[in-house]
Design a protein around this ligand. Sequence first.
Ligand code: NAD
Length: 333
Amino acid sequence: MNTKHQTQAMRVGILGFGGLGQAASRILSPKQEMLWVAAADQKGFAYHAEGLQADSAIATYHQQGSVGYLEPWGQLSQHSIAELIEKSEVEGYFLALPNLPNTFMADIARLFIQSGWQGVLVDALKRTSAVEQLLELKDELATAGITYMTGCGATPGLLTAAAALAAQSFAEIHQVKITFGVGIANWEAYRATIREDIAHIPGFGVEKASAMSDQDVADLLDKTNGILALENMEHADDIMLELAGICSREQVTVGGIVDTRNPKKPLSTNVQITGRTFEGKISTHTFTLGDETSMAANVCGPAFGYLKAGIGLHQRGIHGLFTAAEIMPQFVR
Ligand code: NAD
């Protein structure tokens, strides 16, 4: 029995085992407070009450296409998430799933509600309209005994929370401007992320981007030399800051550049919060992420920080829907 098990670490699962899901499993490996026991992808799931190993799960996924092949803990399934919920004991899940179509994450939330499962769910949703669908489920989540933390990646997530913190210096907020730079070595490592980004390009949209084959995506990226330049994105940072009472959604803008052929960031990710102090001074706070920190580090780290915070709320009987702008993430040791 390993030490994590003996110290009664929080037992967590990862749904979706693509780019972010795999990074999430590696982040959890050295953690003492969380034990990774469950994973699901489109074709199967794996569960081991005493902990799964990131290296072998990732190798199996790459070689055979699903964690369902992981010996002896894996199982192939057409309904991997539903079966995993039924067969495992997990306190909280990180939903590293694609949100394609745009209703997918809300459907997963309904699946959890209907299953009777109680615990904590954390997503890294990006679109405002996707977070709005979850808001509609707020009461059902609360009644079901689920504590759901939404928008808990990097943006929305870490940067939205930084904006909420920075806002405290001001009497009035004028603008929140998020600019991100993402560098990845190849787009296939983060298929859903890139498809969802393409959906923000004028003339595309979610339906068109979901329908694109891998070859279509590769052809598009060939035309742009691997670069996606995005502006005025529909990003839930806006509704999250509005719900937190910080500013109206019109005052929040999100844009960025994604380089799909180079792990070096094309620009430094930052959030600028401009406002007026009580003395009448106009000023801007800027929070800039270190260029060496990857998208995976800045999404999965916060996701588990919010999972830990969510487990704390759940243990106190606090259920329902919360966003990254209203709860402080807790560092996972
Ligand atoms: P990916 O394409 O690399 O992997 C998706 C995984 O989900 C795969 O393992 C796939 O098998 C699995 N999957 C798909 N359908 C499934 C189903 N029905 N049941 C079970 N598993 C299923 O995805 P990714 O690039 O890691 O992105 C995951 C999500 O994270 C995307 O929605 C992306 O937009 C989001 N994201 C958020 C932020 C943020 O800062 N908030 C940043 C980056 C990515």
